[in-house]
Design a protein around this ligand. Structure first.
Ligand code: ASP
Length: 421
């Protein structure tokens, strides 16, 4: 009876722990194939279910939010604060990564045996993805790309920035036409918004099982051996991520908002767990929105800041790219000069903005950072063994960063409500 009353967070946590245990057993006792065939698909189904609502949720909630704002200047102010917050936290994240990697030097002093162990090649698929990442369009192209020529195509391809643009424009225009005309349209979208939120609630009931299945698949897959070889590098990344969360976000919440740090972190735990097990900030978006709204962020701000954050704000990814670039350079015995380190800051900001909120996207755009400082791209092969686990950790930070922004911006607008239970 008690079990039924457990909070969703606790249930998801139990799912996660049982999943880890089950995965370890599968790995040790040789029933990984069973996990891949029968358990992992349950996790994939869960991720597909939440991904299914992302595009309509972003469009509808942003449209309704903007249409009811009735104030374009306020929208511009919220936009500017959000983007400024995202940029600052990303630059701080890379700086933490660079500082740790330069002082702890995870890539130096590896034994010959370990070096050989690491030199397994990047798979063909990843190689091709890296090639595409390097052919990235110019900044003008990226900006022009925000405007969709065909809205339907933007929806079909899930182009988040285009969808955000369309929703903002539609919302603003709705607020500019006479109320008797706009009201039915807004009512319609408000109804759809309720529908989607209901769907998210129902899907979240499956979260404990989904998380269990996802994690057991991951743990059954990666052996512990490679983790040990890359232990120092992984620990440096994880230490950096922990600093970003405990120092940067906590200070931001403390200094720029009225929310208690404890309340904030307790409130976003469900989103962090989903981010950890899915390694995708996009798929986590519906949960992040739900958590921040419970924390008292008004829908108007959450539905603007969070989809934008899930698309362009990747602090964990940027930090990881900083550490990885230095690690790979150290591995090849290349010392990095100060201008090269500054190039890392600049390119990692851009690469993390260009990183999609999907699994493994960050390791692909790492190629851009490596190329800019002339470090061999083959170096990416060295860190592939621990990619999945680090992806899971950095996604937690990406999502936490987005949520902290929503709380800070809402507070600065004097609109942060009391958290609801
Ligand atoms: N998986 C990350 C995310 O969705 C992106 C990355 O690969 O760094 O936030």
């Amino acid at each position: 009876m008690k079990l039924l009353k457990l909070q969703l967070y606790t249930k998801v946590l139990i799912g996660l722990l049982v999943g880890v245990l089950f995965g370890v057993l599968a790995n040790q006792w040789g029933f990984s194939a069973f996990v891949f065939s029968y358990i992992k698909p349950i996790g994939s189904a869960f991720i597909k279910l939440i991904s299914m609502v992302v595009v309509p949720l972003v469009f509808v909630s942003l449209l309704v939010g903007t249409a009811s704002l009735n104030d374009i200047r306020k929208l511009g102010r919220i936009g500017a604060k959000t983007v400024a917050y995202y940029l600052c936290t990303t630059i701080i994240a890379i700086s933490i990564g660079l500082f740790l990697a330069n002082t702890l030097k995870p890539g130096e002093g590896l034994s010959q045996e370990k070096r050989t162990q690491l030199r397994e090649s990047v798979s063909e698929k990843e190689g091709a993805q890296i090639e595409t990442a390097l052919k990235k369009p110019t900044v003008t192209d990226i900006l022009l790309n925000i405007i969709p020529t065909n809205p339907v195509k933007a929806f079909v391809e899930g182009k988040m920035l285009q969808i955000i643009f369309l929703a903002l424009m539609a919302g603003i225009c709705l607020s500019l036409i006479p109320t008797e005309r706009s009201r039915p349209v807004i009512n319609f979208f408000e109804g759809i918004n309720e529908l989607i939120i209901k769907m998210v609630h129902i899907i979240m009931k499956l979260a404990p099982y989904g998380v269990f299945a996802l994690i057991s698949g991951v743990v059954a897959d990666f052996g512990l051996g490679i983790l040990l070889v890359l232990l120092k590098y992984s620990l440096v990344v994880i230490a950096g991520l922990i600093l970003q969360v405990t120092i940067v976000y906590s200070s931001a919440i403390k200094i720029f908002s009225k929310q208690k740090i404890g309340t904030f972190f307790r409130g976003i735990r469900p989103a962090q767990l989903i981010a950890f097990s899915s390694a995708s900030s996009s798929a986590t978006l519906p949960v992040t929105m739900e958590c921040t709204e419970k924390l008292g962020v008004p829908g108007q701000i959450a539905s603007f800041a969070l989809p934008l954050g899930a698309t362009i704000n990747m602090d964990g990814t940027a930090l990881y790219q900083g550490v990885s670039a230095v690690f790979i350079a150290q591995f090849y015995g290349m010392g990095l000069t100060v201008p090269q380190q500054l190039t890392i800051v600049l390119t990692a900001v851009l690469a993390s903005i260009g990183t999609a909120g999907t699994p493994m996207a960050g390791v692909i755009t790492l190629a851009i950072v490596l190329k800019s400082i002339g470090v061999p791209l083959e170096g990416i092969a060295l860190i592939m063994g621990v990619e999945r686990i680090l992806d899971m950790c950095r996604t937690v930070v990406n999502v936490t960063g987005d949520a902290s922004c929503a709380v800070v911006v809402a507070s600065s607008e004097g609109e942060l409500q009391k958290p609801s239970r």
